[in-house]
Write a protein of this length. Structure first.
Length: 255
């Protein structure tokens, strides 16, 4: 079985075919068995990973998903919580990086840990290898709980989603993109920064083509206001969720 070459783009270009059942395996070409990204039995079709460059509107898209009863998982928050609560993770980190990463109460000091690894690419890779295993396990646990509760979907928000490999655990990766000039104006207003600094920040990030090449679906945000984009995002995700439910009802998931 091979993945179709088409990608889902929303809103569609003028005159373009816009039917959410146009792909043989659903609206996203890699839903369910994640065609082309290595299927794993634990993956759930209703698990979405969201990624985007700054100013594209990921926060608003997550709000739209929350309104549709999706369970939102912040991977960075999961990591911080694990540093506080997981004795096993703390023990593995201490065994590898030494007791100097602990504070006076025996907790992981993130600043001290950062000082050990961020000047050493090999050590940073080892840190990621250790922590990602725990983060993925906790995300799986939360996702399974959401499924048992009957939540409509799970949305995962993660920094460096694609680079970290976290996207490989999702049924679909959603790339949220927006026109460059619009993003510049947004982050200028949001972060109270100059246009020059805004352009520097955006230039330092991956181009749109990177996201188009890595993501299963593209959600465009050229809306004039956050409220307008939230309406579009809600429509987009509602159609996606409905498509997944239909596929499950017809027994297509995992074919």
């Amino acid at each position: 079985m091979t993945a179709p070459a088409e990608r889902c783009v929303f809103p569609p270009a003028e005159g373009a075919l816009h039917r959410f059942d146009r792909f043989p395996h659903g609206v996203y070409i890699k839903i369910g068995v994640c065609v082309g990204r290595g299927a794993a039995a634990r993956r759930w079709a209703g698990r979405f990973c969201l990624t985007c460059p700054t100013g594209a509107g990921k926060t608003t898209a997550l709000q739209a998903l929350a309104e549709l009863d999706a369970h939102i998982i912040d991977a960075d928050a999961v990591y911080h919580a694990l540093l506080e609560s997981s004795a096993t993770l703390r023990a593995e980190l201490t065994a590898r990086f030494g007791p100097s990463i602990l504070d006076g109460e025996g907790r992981v000091n993130r600043k001290a840990l950062g000082g050990v690894v961020f000047g050493d690419p090999a050590a940073l890779a080892e840190l990621n290898a250790i922590t990602h295993r725990f983060i993925l396990a906790e995300i799986d646990r939360q996702a399974a709980g959401a499924e048992e509760q009957g939540r409509s979907a799970v949305a995962i928000d993660a920094i460096a989603l694609i680079e970290s490999g976290l996207g490989e655990t999702c049924g679909a990766i959603v790339g949220i993109l927006a026109p460059r000039e619009l993003r510049i104006r947004r982050i200028m207003a949001r972060d109270n920064i100059t246009e020059q600094y805004a352009r520097l920040r955006i230039s330092a990030q991956q181009p749109d083509e990177y996201y188009r090449g890595k993501c299963d679906c593209e959600l465009n945000n050229a809306a004039d206001t956050a409220a307008a984009f939230e309406m579009e995002a809600r429509e987009f995700f509602q159609r996606l969720i409905d498509t997944i439910k239909e596929e499950k009802a017809h027994g297509k998931q995992g074919i």
